[in-house]
Design a protein around this ligand. Structure first.
Ligand code: KG4
Ligand code: ZN
Length: 339
């Protein structure tokens, strides 16, 4: 089954074609709106929606050409139904539903986070089920027990900011451009480990919940106390990253232990962080388990993960009505197993 996947939940327009009959990912293309929102220090929803409108059709044409396909070769269309920005989601949903209706092919709304969780299935080797999943992005820092496609049991959640949100806000405090995550990670590379001390929030809380907003406040307190030289900023960035990585690694290991699962899947934008990858590789191997990451380009938002999940669901007969709706808020644990 060849499925066109469309992602427009936030500030990236992603389009891809996935073939579930063995071809795998046939083509994908992405337009990032980072430059558009940078002047505002964060995503401006109305600008995001308008830019999706501009990009989506040219991207779809490019992806089909790359795959050597025409619209008639598609067996279905998938789009991100939620969670995300309502206006941005509506662009992808309306284009997907209109296209599928015109082609007389099924359409399916996909959960954005399910896309992230299953994105390591686009890489080799693929993780086998069951596994523990750690989606860490701008909107989510959670732990799930994943029994199979569609079965997601929430083990732990952030009580406040998501890990990526904490990176972005702390990056802003340090005067870095939006999005703060990659910029802060780059700055941290020149920082001296241990020269600043930040807390490890909830590391020993005894449960699998997390909290990251206190770290940003601790950085703010330091920034107010002293003028920050470039080296001091780098030292703070290093300690901030060490603290987030430390908490995420401890919670992920605790989740493996609590579930008895032997595989950890990491996904979402913060999953691109090299320190996090290295720490998890070491800790998970030491625990006799395996860790899986999506390819770097599929850690952040993309159309490939939506095409993949769309194909998995469409091939089991699930579809969405052409009279689409979007779900800006949508709990992953409410999903069902495709049968
Ligand atoms: O998954 P994603 O593209 O979008 C959401 O669904 O949120 O994740 C974006 C988040 C941003 O907060 C960004 O700062 C963060 O991922 N991020 C990183 C890195 N690359 C992206 N955070 C830390 N280190 C990175 N290398
Ligand atoms: Zn995302």
């Amino acid at each position: 089954m060849r499925v066109l996947g469309i992602e427009t939940s936030c500030d990236e327009t992603g389009v891809a074609v996935y073939d579930s009959a063995g071809g795998g990912l046939l083509a994908h293309a992405l337009h990032s709106q980072v430059d558009l929102h940078q002047a505002y220090g964060g995503v401006v929803p109305e600008l995001a929606s308008r830019d999706h409108v501009r990009r989506i059709v040219p991207l779809a044409r490019r992806v089909l050409a790359q795959a050597g396909l025409t619209l008639a070769d598609l067996d279905g269309v998938a789009y991100t139904e939620g969670p995300g920005l309502a206006g941005a989601l509506l662009v992808g949903a309306s284009v997907a539903a209109a296209l599928a209706f015109a082609l007389r092919k099924p359409v399916i709304g996909v959960h954005h986070l399910e896309g992230h969780l299953l994105s390591p299935l686009l890489a080799t080797p693929q993780p086998a089920f069951p596994f523990v999943a750690l989606p860490v992005s701008g909107g989510h820092s959670q732990l799930f027990a994943v029994a199979e496609v569609g079965s997601y049991r929430l083990l732990g959640d952030t009580l406040d900011d998501a890990a990526g949100e904490a990176f972005d806000k702390t990056g802003k405090l340090l005067g870095l451009a939006y999005p703060g995550g990659p910029a802060l990670a780059e700055l941290a590379a020149t920082g001296v480990a241990g020269s600043v001390t930040l807390p490890r929030p909830m590391k020993d809380s005894g449960d699998l919940d997390m909290s990251f907003s206190g770290l940003k406040t601790a950085v703010l307190t330091i920034a107010r106390r002293e003028p920050l030289t470039q080296q001091r900023k780098a030292d703070i960035a290093r300690e901030f990253q060490d603290a987030v990585v430390d908490v995420l690694a401890c919670k992920a290991l605790a989740a493996l232990w609590a579930t008895g699962h032997r595989r950890l899947v990491v996904a979402g934008g913060v999953g691109a962080n090299r320190m996090l990858r290295a720490r998890l590789q070491a800790d998970v191997a030491a625990a006799g388990a395996e860790v899986f990451f999506p390819d770097l380009e599929f850690c952040t938002d993309n159309g490939a993960m939506i095409a993949l999940v769309g194909a998995l669901r469409l091939q089991s007969g699930m579809t969405t009505d052409y009279a689409f709706a979007v779900r800006p808020r949508w709990e992953l644990a409410s999903m069902s197993v495709p049968r």
